[in-house]
Design a protein around this ligand. Structure first.
Ligand SMILES: [Zn+2]
Length: 242
């Protein structure tokens, strides 16, 4: 590690020593035992309420737990807003278990499987220091151990800076994210999408507006399927209440 990040890591460990958010054990943000309790990994139908623009009746969402769950909400806050980047490795590794099971049950072994993280705008990466979706996706890919899988953060690009979706009213989120993505301009590169199984990876799914918008763009290259992986999800009940 270069000197500056190492100094920052040392300072963080001094002032914010790693402790499990639930049981307080040291040297971890969340211990294995508490994570097992907090995570309820699920593979469920992608039923976000985006109506007419819904791509496929058969798409699925793979996720670890609800974002209201205290340990997971705390981890996501540390991860996104306090630079605890290694939490992304934990989340990705946990997601690999459910993803491997999903692939075995649903995908043709003859087709490539392309893992695409939701990209951030350059300005957002400067603000946060890293793309939290890409870190989760890469850790997931490394833990997955599936021969026909590829990690391809280069295929989808963020072309527009947008306000944080969480600060936008639910009904306005689709408009806020509209036109924010594009495929890489090199069609030779993006042709790998055609006929492949696509796994789109985001940190949190609430209304599904972001994943839906990215889906519209990826569909231009005619994939065999698109499914979704997020660390946290809202419940259908929550969507109705928002
Ligand atoms: Zn614990």
């Amino acid at each position: 590690m270069p000197a500056a990040p190492r100094l920052l890591a040392t300072l963080l460990d001094t002032f914010f020593p790693r402790r499990c958010a639930l049981c307080g054990v040291f040297d971890t943000w969340a211990c294995d035992s508490c994570l097992r309790t907090a995570c309820t990994p699920r593979i469920e139908p992608w039923n976000r309420p985006f109506g007419a623009s819904r791509i496929s009746q058969s798409s699925k969402l793979i996720s670890l737990g609800l974002y209201h769950e205290p340990l997971l909400a705390h981890l996501m806050d540390l991860y996104k807003f306090h630079n605890a980047r290694d939490i992304g490795d934990t989340l990705g590794t946990l997601l690999a278990l459910g993803t491997r099971q999903f692939i075995q049950q649903h995908y043709s072994t003859a087709k490539p499987i392309i893992l695409i993280p939701i990209p951030l705008h350059r300005k957002r990466i400067r603000e946060r220091g890293f793309n939290q979706n890409a870190r989760i996706a890469h850790a997931l890919f490394m833990a997955l151990g599936v021969a026909q899988a590829q990690y391809r953060p280069d295929l989808l690009q963020r072309t527009r800076y947008t306000t944080h979706q969480t600060t936008v009213a639910t009904k306005d989120r689709a408009a806020n994210i509209a036109g924010a993505f594009a495929l890489h301009p090199d069609t030779d590169r993006t042709s790998v999408i055609t006929g492949s199984h696509i796994l789109l990876i985001d940190d949190i799914a609430t209304t599904g507006a972001t994943l839906n918008e990215a889906t519209q763009v990826i569909m231009q290259q005619h994939p065999a399927s698109i499914d979704y992986i997020t660390a946290l999800r809202s419940s259908a009940q929550t969507d109705l209440q928002e």
